[in-house]
Design a protein around this ligand. Structure first.
Ligand code: ADP
Length: 431
């Protein structure tokens, strides 16, 4: 083909020169003859260009280009092939896009694509069902105008999407949705929304179950503990062989009561997002009382417990909840610090907010345990636990109370040297 058009071009030029030479020989006007022949060739070339132009402008899809000769034929064919190749590539891309759209449309989870400003670009069918988006009129609208819940607005504006957001669907508040946003490209957002109503219901059933069982066990246990106490009060009448058994039974009953109390407290903390009361709490006085209790708990073990507080810094929140969280931290320090150890309690405020640090010179915790320490019943050393009488729920309670007061817990520890538990309360929580 390549050779063909070269040959044709050379043939055309030769023909032109021969024709010009012949006409020139006949007429004796070589220059005019060459000019005339060139003019004819130019005219033919222009005609080919015009045909190409007409075809490019008006042709139907699949209509082949007009027949051309020599170089022009080659140009027509090349353009035609290029066009066909593009068409095929476009078809393949369209098929991929169609398949993608079909598969995302079949998803039960909502997928929403937003631009960098949070305006809707594309969404699937589930997004219409779960979020009430309407196609196509909602295209280009800001997502915060369509999902109007203030919690969603705050979450979206914050720009920190590490944790998902759970909230009711804007179209049906019986549906609980979980929003998860990922940033990609030039700050565009990909929003995935899952219906977690069922998971939430199961979670609620679990919480209710634990709360109900704890509640139901409380009365029988109170009766058993009460009779044990009465029996031990009359220890003189009892066979001494039984007295020790009764004492152990009383100890274990007390442990079970502590466990039930902690489980009930946790259930109560989980039932709502924020504490019911939001009064200013005098943390310094509370810590003073906790310190005295801790000294009593330490007893003959002789811990040195120091307390530094700033009485001006007060917290907004529930006094009972904060007391149980703080005393858990301080009592843990006593439990896990050997005799004569040092415990330091500090309470202070700064620009970031308010902070409570409980530091001890105790046994410490291996760093591998730190991430799981606040899980329920997580124990570093279960054999030691039995001797300290812990329930394994103390730090879980601390975590829940802190979450409810928008605070965070920092734990650092060196095994054998001691541990430090620091609670950070944000400024908005300081009274
Ligand atoms: P427990 O009732 O067993 O104390 P917690 O939830 O309060 O349960 O604590 C979980 C575990 O964390 C404890 O079993 C203990 O191993 C470890 N721990 C907590 N506080 C300290 C501390 N101050 N020093 C060393 N270990 C600690």
């Amino acid at each position: 083909m390549n050779q063909d058009w070269r040959g044709a071009l050379i043939r055309h030029l030769l023909l032109l020169i021969v024709a010009a030479a012949l006409i020139g020989a006949v007429s004796g006007q070589y220059a005019w003859a060459l000019a005339g022949c060139l003019g004819i060739y130019l005219g033919w070339t222009l005609w080919q260009v015009l045909r190409l132009h007409k075809w490019l402008k008006n042709h139907r899809e699949d209509e082949p280009p007009p027949d051309g000769y020599g170089l022009w034929g080659e140009v027509f064919d090349s353009i035609y092939h290029l066009q066909r190749r593009n068409q095929r590539a476009r078809g393949r891309l369209q098929a991929v896009i169609d398949r993608m759209q079909e598969s995302t449309a079949a998803l039960r989870d909502a997928v929403v694509m937003l631009d960098a400003d949070g305006n809707l670009e594309w969404w699937n069918l589930a997004a219409e069902r779960l979020l009430g988006l309407k196609s196509p009129q909602d295209g280009g609208q800001a997502v915060t105008n369509l999902v109007r819940n203030p919690r969603f607005k705050e979450y979206f504006a914050r720009g920190d999407y590490q944790e998902p957001l759970d909230m009711p669907s804007p179209v049906d508040d019986k549906l609980l949705l979980q929003f998860q946003i990922t940033l990609y490209g030039n700050g565009e957002h990909l929003m995935l929304v899952r219906d977690v109503t069922r998971v939430q219901r199961l979670e609620q059933m679990r919480k209710d179950f634990v709360a109900n069982v704890s509640h139901e066990l409380r009365t029988p246990l109170t009766v058993i503990a009460g009779y044990l106490e009465t029996l031990l009060d009359n220890a003189g009448d009892i066979n001494p062989r039984w007295a020790r058994a009764l004492q152990q039974m009383q100890q274990q009953a007390a442990r079970m009561q502590a466990l039930l109390n902690d489980l009930l407290l946790l259930a109560k903390l989980e039932a709502t997002d924020y504490p019911a009361d939001n009064k200013p709490v005098a943390v310094d006085l509370m810590l003073l009382a906790i310190r005295n209790d801790a000294q009593a708990l330490s007893g003959a073990r002789g811990h040195r417990i120091s307390l530094e507080t700033d009485p001006k810094v007060r917290l907004k929140g529930s006094e009972a909840e904060l007391r149980s969280a703080f005393s858990n931290l301080v009592f843990n320090a006593v439990k896990y610090t050997p005799e004569g150890g040092e415990i330091r309690i500090r309470w202070w405020g700064d620009e970031q907010g308010a902070h409570l640090a409980v530091q001890d010179s105790g046994i410490g915790i291996d760093p591998k345990h730190l991430p799981r320490l606040t899980e329920r019943f997580y124990r570093v050393d279960s054999s030691r636990n039995a001797s300290t009488g812990g329930t394994g729920l103390g730090l879980a309670i601390v975590k829940h109370v802190l979450i409810r007061h928008r605070a965070t817990l920092d734990i650092s520890s060196v095994p054998g040297k001691g541990s430090s538990f620091v609670c950070h309360f944000p400024r908005q929580q300081v009274a």
